[in-house]
Structures are given as C-alpha cells and as structure tokens.
Design a protein around this ligand. Structure first.
Ligand SMILES: *[C@@H]1O[C@H](CO)[C@@H](O)[C@H](O)[C@H]1NC(C)=O
Ligand SMILES: *[C@@H]1O[C@H](CO)[C@@H](O)[C@H](O)[C@H]1NC(C)=O
Length: 363
C-alpha cells in the first residue's frame, strides 16, 4: 500500500517536472487587482500603492516592488511553477524585447469588475484598459516575432485573473448608503457584477486566451481590516461573508456556462474562499500564530489604515496569515498557490493547474 502510494507520488512528481520543463516557453498573463499586481501602480498617480518600506521586506531584493506582499505574491509563485521569471508589470520600462515573450502583468491595485469600483484611488488601470493593453502587447510582440507566432504564444499561454473583492470592499460597502447599495440589493448586485464579469472573460477569450485561471473572492469578512471595523470578538463580518458566499458559487456557474458554450474548459475556477478558510479556521495547523492580526498595520488586529514605515511590524512574517489589513503573507500565498497547483475539486474546477500543465504539454 505504502509503496504504491510512494511510486504514485514519484510519477506525479515526474509529471510535474516534465510539465514545467515543457512549459518553459509558455507565456503567463495576469489581470486583476492588488492581489496580483506586480507593480503597475508604481508608475501611476494613485494612492493604491505598495512601493515603500516595509512592502517587499522578504522579497529576494528586500526592497518594495509594488507587490502587496512582504515577499512574493500568487502570480510570482505560479511563475516559479512554470519555470519562468516573474511577470513584469506592463508599465515597466524593462518590458521590451525578449522579456515580452515571458508574458506580462496588467493588474492594477484598487480595480474591480465595474468601472466605478476604486474611483477613490484616481488613476488606476481599470479592467477594460488592462484588456486594451493586452491587445497593444500583442501588436508589440507581433512586430518582434510575427503575427502567427504571437497568436500561438497567446493561445498557449496561461492566464490568471483575480477580480471581485474590490467591487464589494471599495464600492458597494465603501461607505454606508453607497450609490451601488442604494441602486441594488446585495443579491441583485451580485447578479449584476457576475453578468459584467462574463463580458470581461468573453473579451479575454476573443483576445486569444485559452487557459484562464479565475479566482473567486476570499473570505472578505475575515480580513484584519474588516475585523477591525466590524468584529467585537474576532468573528468575521457577516455582511461581507454573505457577499462572498453569494458571489463565489455564481462565478463558478457562470464559468461552467461559458465553458459549455465554448465547448472547451478554457476557464478554470479557483476557490480562493476555501483555500483561505483552511488556514483562517485553523491557523496553528498551518504554522501561523494568528489569522486575525495583520503583521503590518495599526489599531485592533493591526487592521486600521495602511501598512507604512510607522506601522507595527511583526518580526517573523511566516507566522502571520495576513501581511497587511487586506493581503495574505507570502507564506499564505504559497499555501494558496499549492492548492491551485494540486488541489482537489473542492478547490479547483474543473481541474487543477498540474492537470492543465500535463494536458497542455501533450498537445
Ligand atoms: C466600462 O468601460 C468600458 C470601456 O471604457 C466600456 O466599454 C464598458 O461598457 C463600461 N462598462 C459599463 C458597465 O459601463
Ligand atoms: C489534481 O487534480 C486531479 C484531478 O482532479 C487529481 O486527481 C489530482 O490528485 C490533483 N492533484 C495532482 C497533484 O494532480
């Protein structure tokens, strides 16, 4: 029994190794918000930025990069799995020549599905602008390697898109009686943003994406920022949890509908909610001392305001599930990325990333 299991593990390991070697040339494109922004906002006049200490304190360079993490974020860890360099922000001056062939990161902190999400952050790259940049990227690559090879590169690429959290936190629930909350009940708002998200994904397909990881929202009500505002005894905010529990299943349904319409498993849902809940409900089992208190911040749960040089800062980031009031630590990101790679159907639908890599390396 034991040895059968062991050889199965070896086979899976070999599969994984082959897949990542084969995928060395596979490009990676990233769209979405601060959970996946590799530094685009560094180049913009916006308050949604992570380009000063202590952001990046555990990054290989120990310097801030614009990532909303103490170190690596989820796209970086996926790049690692693909055997690639991290995706450069689309606005980075280094994104030229051969670097373009690695892929690109179009994400921008503060944005959402809706154009009016994150307006308080002023100059950010809304999702339709990110898609426009993706088109522009393809024109630039075509000038380098020709249109056919560009199309192949895009069709064979892996894509990650992370959207939705800000449509609640930085729109519907931004202020009491927000415009959207006066316009829609929560269930109607969710139906609306899902229908808008469907258009975004359909456009991504039109632009050539053929393997797209789509993450749902995490447990929005359990992040230190929400605990600080709504929690008396450390319990998650009921209202934001309700938002996540309405949004996530409808996202999966929408994705299933798109896939069956396309006749192909183009879109793959990652259940970020369940991935987070594992270490939020039992942080000690994952080696964290807490999942409620952010490593960097101030006030209750270190959940008030921004993470800055003046904030409380924990000495060992690996012991904290949350780096700042909204964003997971690198260690939590690694746990999430591992589930994306090898998780069961509880986490990944219709399949995990190792299955995708194995499937696509055969074609
Ligand atoms: C958001 O903006 C884009 C482009 O600026 C536009 O095409 C789209 O219709 C807008 N969405 C909504 C719901 O207004
Ligand atoms: C990935 O998904 C497949 C299919 O659901 C599952 O059999 C496998 O255990 C998962 N993990 C790995 C490492 O492939």
């Amino acid at each position: 029994m034991h040895s059968i299991f062991a050889s199965w593990v070896v086979i899976l390991g070999l599969l994984g190794a082959c897949a990542s070697r084969r995928a060395e040339a596979r490009a990676f494109f990233v769209f979405g918000d601060s959970l996946v922004d590799n530094g685009n906002n560094d180049y913009l006049a916006t308050t949604a930025r992570a380009d000063s200490y202590p952001y990046g304190i555990d990054y290989p360079t120990h310097r801030p990069t614009g990532r909303f993490s103490n170190g690596l974020n989820i796209p970086d860890i996926i790049s690692e799995q693909l055997g690639s360099e991290p995706t450069l922000p689309y606005l980075s001056p280094q994104l030229t020549g051969q670097n373009l062939l690695v892929g690109a990161n179009f994400a921008s902190a503060g944005i959402g599905i809706l154009n009016d999400t994150g307006i308080q952050f002023l100059n950010i790259i809304r999702i339709y602008k990110q898609l426009e940049y993706f088109e522009q990227y393809q024109t630039r690559v075509a000038a380098l390697v020709g249109p056919e090879q560009t199309q192949r590169l895009v069709n064979q690429a892996l894509v990650l898109i992370t959207l939705g959290g800000n449509d609640f936190v930085n729109n519907y629930y931004l202020v009491p009686f927000s415009a959207r909350s006066r316009q829609f009940s929560l269930p109607d708002y969710v139906v609306y943003i899902i229908s808008e998200y469907r258009k975004v994904l359909a456009r991504l397909y039109e632009l050539g994406a053929r393997r797209v990881l789509v993450t749902g929202t995490g447990p929005l009500g359990c992040v230190p920022a929400e605990l600080a505002q709504h929690s008396r005894a450390g319990e998650c905010s009921v209202e934001l949890q309700r938002a996540a529990s309405l949004f996530n299943p409808q996202l999966v349904q929408m994705i299933n509908g798109l896939n069956s319409q396309l006749g192909s498993d183009v879109f793959v849902a990652a259940n970020a909610y369940e991935m987070h809940m594992d270490f939020i409900s039992d942080p000690q089992a994952y080696g964290f001392v807490t999942s409620k208190i952010a490593c960097c911040g101030q006030g209750p749960y270190n959940g008030i305001g921004l993470c800055t040089i003046a904030s409380n800062l924990c000495p060992n980031r690996d012991l904290y599930a949350f780096w700042d009031p909204f964003h997971p630590s690198e260690r939590a990101n690694r746990i999430i990325a591992q589930q994306i790679l090898t998780g069961s159907n509880k986490y990944m639908n219709p399949m995990n990333l190792s299955t995708i890599l194995a499937l696509d390396s055969r074609t």
